[in-house]
Design a protein around this ligand. Structure first.
Ligand code: NAD
Ligand code: MG
Length: 386
């Protein structure tokens, strides 16, 4: 029996994680849950999974949650700082980090510093402060297990091999909702259209990141830190069907890959139960029914965000955090109808151009770069909106 905490339990990854807990009640016990504001959903989760402690960052949602849960044996904390308290719950062995965006950095680092093993879905903290997170993980004897499907595939393809034999990591990308569109068509794309991902049902932010290919730019940075491999050995390939989740090429040119139907419960459960595998009752991959898989190179002209991911790594220091923060602001503005789809990359580009990178040795330095970039990107959004 493993005791877990889920940061971001009401989201897409959080809900899938609880689905696994529900299917394997003898395997996991839920000690803590967190959410930003969905008190109704969190209440249902509290009633079903009976955590000892929860945190909700929105304080008015916390007041409602306390009323809803009056009489239940659960401690309800309110505010952003409370997330770290739940992340460090003494009885927890594994923390599933599934908040979206940079908001997950502080609680995820708090979990690492409390010696919790981490199942990491929340990629943005790795982008903001990957080196620091790995240093801290090393210091506190923590393993960070990837949940992101590509990184889980690489992790599985590296098992039993020597790192020095690795030649390349090849991340696959579905290309997202807008891959077939021309540059002109991309400009006028609606929010609804950009949210129609062909293979995965995910939260809104990552679905837009998939459509711009920024998600793959973030994943290149994530891979660099998760696997301690320089960006020159990380490649990206478009694979529309999302069946091959990623590949590792070795020095002898042998390629090992992990395949499966696109369902996040597979990589989530692997991170939760490593090195064991849970007997998930999901459809099998039948390659004879799929019959054909396709591959092509990314198109940097139509989707320049992927290149920004590489560029941020080459520059290093605070540049990936700057890119990430500008992307969060721009995607949020697009989702609210404030800017055009193609303005997302322009805002990230201009924010990165205006930034003077510094080293990231501390959490405060990462957070300061994040604050600076958000302010800069917000001013760019405001200028576009006029
Ligand atoms: P989501 O939007 O569905 O859920 C996000 C969760 O985080 C919710 O519980 C929400 O309440 C919480 N949250 C949001 N903002 C917060 C804040 N400021 N403070 C505290 N909590 C906050 O997102 P998701 O699709 O589940 O993605 C979560 C993370 O996992 C992202 O980093 C994403 O890139 C990554 N990821 C997701 C998928 C997927 O299939 N959804 C796949 C790979 C990686
Ligand atoms: Mg992914």
């Amino acid at each position: 029996m493993k005791t877990i905490v889920i940061l971001g339990s009401t989201g897409s990854i959080g809900t899938s994680t609880l689905d696994i807990v529900d299917r394997f009640p003898g395997e996991f016990r839920v000690a803590g849950l967190t959410a930003s504001g969905n008190d109704e959903k969190l209440e249902a989760q509290i009633r079903k999974f009976k955590p000892r402690i929860v945190a909700i960052s929105d304080t008015s949602a916390a007041t409602r949650l306390r009323q809803r849960c009056a009489g239940l044996p659960v401690e309800i904390l309110a505010g952003q700082e409370a997330l770290s308290q739940v992340a460090a719950a003494p009885e927890a062995e594994l923390v599933i980090s599934a908040i979206v965006g940079g908001a997950g950095l502080v609680p995820t680092l708090a979990a690492i510093r409390s010696g919790k093993q981490i199942a990491l879905a929340n990629k943005e903290p790795m982008v903001m402060a990957g080196k620091l997170m790995q240093q801290e993980a090393h210091k506190y004897g923590v393993r960070i297990f990837p949940v992101d499907s590509e990184h889980s595939a690489i992790f599985q393809s590296l098992e039993g091999h020597r790192k020095k034999d690795v030649r390349r990591l090849i991340l696959t990308a579905s290309g997202g909702a807008l891959w077939p569109l021309t540059k002109e068509e991309l400009r006028d794309v609606t929010v609804e259209r950009a949210l129609q991902h062909p293979n995965w049902k995910m939260g809104a932010k990552i679905t837009i990141d998939s459509a711009t290919l920024m998600n793959k730019g973030l994943e290149v940075v994530e891979a660099r830190w998760l696997f301690d491999i320089p960006e020159s050995q990380i490649e990206v390939m478009i694979h529309r069907e999302s069946i091959i989740h990623s590949l590792v090429e070795y020095q002898d040119r042998s390629v090992i890959a992990q395949l499966g139907l696109p369902d996040m419960r597979t990589p989530i459960s692997y991170a939760m139960r490593y090195p064991g595998r849970l007997p998930l009752d999901l459809p099998s991959l039948e390659l004879t029914e799929i019959a054909k898989l396709t591959f092509c190179k990314p198109d940097h002209d139509r989707f320049p965000c992927l290149g920004l991911g590489y560029e941020s790594l080459r520059i290093g220091g605070t540049m990936p955090a700057t890119m990430n923060a500008a992307n969060e602001v721009a995607v949020d503005a697009f989702l609210k109808g404030g800017i055009q789809f193609t303005a997302i990359v322009e805002i990230i580009r201009s924010t990165m151009d205006a930034h003077s990178p510094k080293n990231v040795d501390t959490l405060e330095e990462a957070l300061e770069a994040d604050r600076w970039a958000r302010e800069k990107a917000e001013s760019l959004v405001a200028a576009l909106a006029h």
